[in-house]
Design a protein around this ligand. Structure first.
Ligand SMILES: [Zn+2]
Length: 415
């Protein structure tokens, strides 16, 4: 039922029967579009019951292809032990221990369908591990470009998955340049290479949108009043908002029905790298490059997300907001969640708790509001960051000529 791809900037349509990157006219992010009227006739939300507990249970509104799956998605929606009406969506239980599994499962599925052979990604974090795993499952080559002193978990998993890991003497931006340079060579076109960078191909958003479907289904087709989402590249935020639009077109939810209004979407970022928070506070429609980005929450170290204009538009349309959390607050929240909820979260996920507390204190959320907090990954991927015997707070860049490995890891974009 996938009909075409559509530019999110100019609305231009592109065929969905071949690999596509971004809009050739204005470099806008491309969204997959479906014949939702036809899907509405042939499929209903009631038919989800009894389907496999993975993200592919929603294959009626995903591209038609043989999925490359490791059982990703349909993660637990856990009721908070501390706050009534708060739910923690625990994405740490995905394959490779993070929400990146969803986007890369969809992306690698389509890459295999299009006959691509070698998928390249500049990443130092969980996206790299996920790409490596799904390429292993699909028998495709994963080409990971990482800074040479990346966090150990991501480097080791990529190695074990059999990915081609190129360690680059520099930052993630240098890695992105390496990938860009490859495109000048004949082999890039002839040997089936493809760049799967964040929001530079259309299908990672499709995988991530299943989080939006799950929020609705797991809450019994009632929508929460708010969703707090740690925002690096922002793919999940884009995907969930797209899912809500689709579900309304499909008649699965209605924004005119009480309890089914769209949630307020809240971006949480680290105070050490908060381009979306700054742009939101300044009432801008795009973000500026954040200088000297530093945070232990490596997935949030994105100085300027490529889809900034879409993220900010969603915050505005949903009457949401953007909140920053200091690394010290994030560390405390990570420990607090572990002790109080029994969830050993990624620091990015625990940042949601910091944001929720602030939004409760300011009156933005009331105790009776249902709010979903996204834990985007497992703390087990961050042992070198979280090991209290090594460090409680990250070193400031000024204190050492060479930043610690964890401060480099996980920057994604802009390229
Ligand atoms: Zn365009």
């Amino acid at each position: 039922m996938l009909t075409h791809l559509e530019c999110t900037r100019c609305g231009e349509r592109y065929p969905a029967d071949r690999p596509q990157t971004v809009c050739p006219k204005d470099a806008g992010v491309l969204y997959a579009r479906y014949d939702l009227a036809a899907i509405k006739k042939s499929f209903s939300s009631a038919r989800l019951a009894g389907r496999a507990p993975t993200m592919w249970r929603y294959d009626a509104i995903l591209p038609e292809a043989d999925p490359v799956t490791l059982g990703e998605g349909f993660t637990p929606m856990l009721a908070s032990r501390e706050f009534p009406n708060v739910f923690i969506k625990d994405e740490g239980l995905n394959p490779t221990g993070s929400f990146k599994a969803r986007g890369l499962s969809a992306c690698v599925t389509m890459a295999r369908r299009f006959g691509l052979k070698k998928l390249a990604i500049p990443s130092a974090g969980n996206a790299a591990g996920a790409l490596a795993a799904y390429c292993a499952a699909a028998n495709l080559e994963a080409h990971i470009f990482m800074p040479k002193d990346v966090p150990s978990a991501n480097r080791i998993e990529c190695d074990y998955y059999g990915a081609h890991v190129t360690l680059v003497d520099g930052l993630i931006s240098d890695c992105a340049r390496k990938v860009a340079e490859l495109k000048d060579y004949e082999f890039w076109k002839n040997d089936g290479w493809f760049d799967v960078s964040t929001t530079k191909e259309p299908y990672r958003v499709e995988g991530k949108k299943t989080m939006g479907y799950e929020v609705a289904e797991q809450l019994g087709w009632r929508m929460p009043q708010g969703i707090i989402y740690p925002t690096g590249g922002g793919v999940g935020l884009l995907g969930m908002w797209k899912a809500f639009e689709e579900m309304e077109a499909l008649g699965w939810i209605s924004s005119k029905t009480a309890g089914q209004e769209r949630p307020k979407m809240i971006s949480v970022q680290s105070a050490g790298c908060a381009p979306i928070v700054k742009a939101w506070d300044d009432e801008k429609t795009s973000a500026e490059m954040w200088p000297n980005a530093t945070t232990l929450a490596s997935g949030l170290r994105v100085p300027k997300p490529y889809a900034d204009y879409l993220i900010l538009d969603i915050l505005k349309k949903s009457k949401g907001t953007a909140v920053s959390a200091a690394d010290e607050e994030i560390l405390e929240a990570t420990r607090h969640w572990a002790k109080v909820e029994g969830i050993f979260a990624a620091p990015e996920g625990a940042a949601c708790l910091v944001a929720y507390r602030k939004l409760r204190a300011s009156g933005f959320f009331k105790p009776e509001d249902t709010v979903v907090l996204f834990n985007t990954g497992s703390g087990l991927k961050y042992l070198d960051v979280l090991d209290a015997s090594v460090a409680r707070t990250p070193a400031k860049p000024a204190q050492s000529a060479k930043p610690a490995a964890r401060q480099i890891g996980g920057i994604i974009g802009p390229y």
